[in-house]
Design a protein around this ligand. Structure first.
Ligand code: GLV
Ligand code: MN
Ligand code: MN
Length: 415
C-alpha cells in the first residue's frame, strides 16, 4: 500500500476497513517530511499532532482517555482501575525519515479491531485499553522504548531526568514544553499490575512473509540488542598543512571501526550498524578533534552479542593505538533476549491457523519491554519489500485488513 494513496479507497468493503481507511487518511500527513518519510520525534510538534489524533480517536468512540505520568496515552473501555486488563496498541513516534507503518499500524489496527469487536457484538468481560507508548524509537533522546521502560521500571525516574536531546534539552523539559507535567515520571507498578495481557500488532520489518501466502505472522522472540556510543578523541589540525604521519585523526579510527564491526558481525551471524555520527569541529578543511559514532548491535543470543561488541571495542582500541586516538565506549542501552509468552503465542497460532508463521525478529518493541512483566504477544503484517525505518516501508491494504481481523480475533478470545 503506497502510504500516500492508500488512505482513500473508493468503495470500502464491510468490516473494519472504513474506519481504518479514515484513520489512515487523517494520520498520514502528520509529521511527513520532504523525503516522504516521517519525523515524529517525542514531544515535538508532529508528535503532539499524532497524540491529538489519538485523543480524538478515543473520545469519538466514547473511550475513557487518560495520559499516565510517563506520557503514555490510554483509551479505556471498562473500569481502568480494575485488574486483568487486555491491552493492545503500539507507538506513533518515528525514526528520522521513518516509514508510515512502524508503530502507527499497530495503533490504527487497535482502534479498528475495537470497532470490529463492537460490530460483532462482543461482550467485554475484562477491562480493555488501547495504548500509544511514547518515544518508542528513541530518535530524540537516544534511548528506545522510553514510555514502556519507565512504566515497567527498566528505566528509573533518575535515568529519565538525565536524558538529553542533541540541543541539550532534557526529557522532563521537553515534556513540560509540550504541556505534560513531568513530576510523575517513573515506574508505575500499579498500572503495570492491572495489565493481564498485551498484544501489539506491527508491520513486519523484514522479508520473511514476502514470498509466502501468509499476510500475518506471530512473533516468537526478539533478539537481544543495544546501543553503544564510541567517542574517538584525536587532535584538531589543518587539513592542508599537517603531514599524514603527524596526524591524530579520529575519523581514520572511526572508519576502521565501522569496517571491523561489519566483519565481526558477519562472522558471528549478528548485526552491527553505525547509523549516526557526529564530528567536531565538523569543518571540511580540518582534521577532526572528535568523532562520535553510535553502534547498534543485535544477535540471536546474548553471548554472541556480548562477544561481537567486545571484539568491535577491541578493534577500535587497537586501531586507536596506532592512530594516536583515544577511544572511549559507553553502553547507552541494552535489551535482553525476549521470548514471548508461550501460552499466548500458541493460543494465537491455534486460533489463526496452525500453519501461521511464528517468527523471531531483530527489531525492538514496547511488547518486548512489557514481556518481562506481562503475558505479551505480537502479530506481524507482511511487508512486501521488507524495508523499514525508511520511507519505502509498505504494506498491502488487504494485508492490513487481515491484520485487523486477526487482532480482533485474538482480542475477542481474551476480552
Ligand atoms: C526499533 O524499531 C528498533 O528496533 O530499534
Ligand atoms: Mn521502529
Ligand atoms: Mn515500531
Amino acid at each position: 500500500m503506497d502510504p500516500a494513496s492508500s488512505a482513500a479507497g473508493a468503495t470500502a468493503p464491510p468490516g473494519p476497513r472504513p474506519s481504518f481507511q479514515q484513520m489512515w487518511k487523517e494520520l498520514l500527513p502528520l509529521g511527513r517530511a520532504g523525503s516522504g518519510g516521517y519525523r515524529r520525534f517525542a514531544w515535538t510538534g508532529p508528535d503532539q499532532e499524532c497524540r491529538q489524533w489519538f485523543r480524538d480517536q478515543a473520545v469519538s468512540r466514547g473511550l475513557a482517555y487518560e495520559v499516565d505520568g510517563n506520557g503514555n496515552q490510554w483509551a479505556w473501555s471498562g473500569d481502568k482501575n480494575a485488574a486483568d486488563a487486555v491491552v493492545t496498541g503500539s507507538h506513533l513516534d518515528s525514526v528520522p525519515d521513518g516509514g508510515a507503518f512502524d508503530g502507527p499500524l499497530g495503533v490504527l489496527a487497535a482502534f479498528a479491531a475495537y470497532d470490529e469487536l463492537r460490530s460483532r457484538g462482543t461482550a467485554f468481560t475484562r477491562p480493555f485499553a488501547i495504548v500509544n507508548f511514547c518515544d518508542e524509537e528513541g530518535a530524540r533522546f537516544g534511548l528506545a522504548c522510553v514510555g514502556s521502560r519507565l512504566m515497567t521500571g527498566s528505566l528509573t525516574a533518575e535515568g529519565a531526568h538525565a536524558l538529553r536531546d542533541a540541543e541539550g534539552i532534557t526529557l522532563p523539559r521537553a515534556m513540560e514544553a509540550a504541556g505534560h507535567d513531568p513530576a510523575a515520571l517513573g515506574p508505575d507498578p500499579e498500572r503495570l499490575a492491572r495489565i493481564g495481557a498485551f498484544v501489539e500488532l506491527h508491520i513486519e520489518q523484514g522479508r520473511a512473509l514476502a514470498e509466502t501466502d501468509h499476510p500475518i505472522a506471530v512473533a516468537s522472540a526478539i533478539w537481544p540488542h543495544g546501543r553503544w556510543r564510541f567517542d574517538f578523541h584525536g587532535e584538531a589540525n589543518h587539513a592542508g598543512t599537517t603531514r599524514l604521519e603527524d596526524r591524530r585523526d579520529p575519523m581514520l579510527t572511526y572508519a576502521n571501526t565501522v569496517l571491523a564491526a561489519r566483519k565481526k558481525a558477519r562472522l558471528a551471524g549478528a548485526l552491527a550498524t553505525f547509523g549516526k555520527v557526529a564530528v567536531e569541529p565538523n569543518g571540511v578543511n580540518a582534521v577532526p578533534s572528535l568523532v562520535r559514532g553510535w553502534l547498534d548491535s543485535r544477535a540471536p543470543d546474548e553471548e554472541t552479542l556480548a562477544s561481537v561488541v567486545a571484539e568491535i571495542e577491541r578493534a577500535a582500541g587497537e586501531r586507536g593505538g596506532r592512530d594516536g586516538v583515544d577511544v572511549r565506549v559507553t553502553r547507552e542501552s541494552a535489551t535482553p533476549l525476549v521470548e514471548f509468552d508461550h501460552a499466548l503465542r500458541d493460543r494465537m497460532a491455534a486460533l489463526l491457523g496452525e500453519t501461521i508463521p511464528v517468527l523471531p525478529t531483530g527489531a525492538g518493541h514496547d511488547a518486548g519491554i512489557l514481556s518481562a512483566s506481562v503475558p505479551t504477544a505480537m502479530l506481524y503484517v507482511r511487508n512486501p519489500t521488507g524495508v523499514s525505518h525508511a520511507p519505502a516501508e509498505s504494506a498491502e491494504e488487504d494485508d492490513c485488513a487481515a491484520g485487523v481481523t486477526a487482532l480482533a480475533d485474538v482480542l475477542e478470545g481474551l476480552v
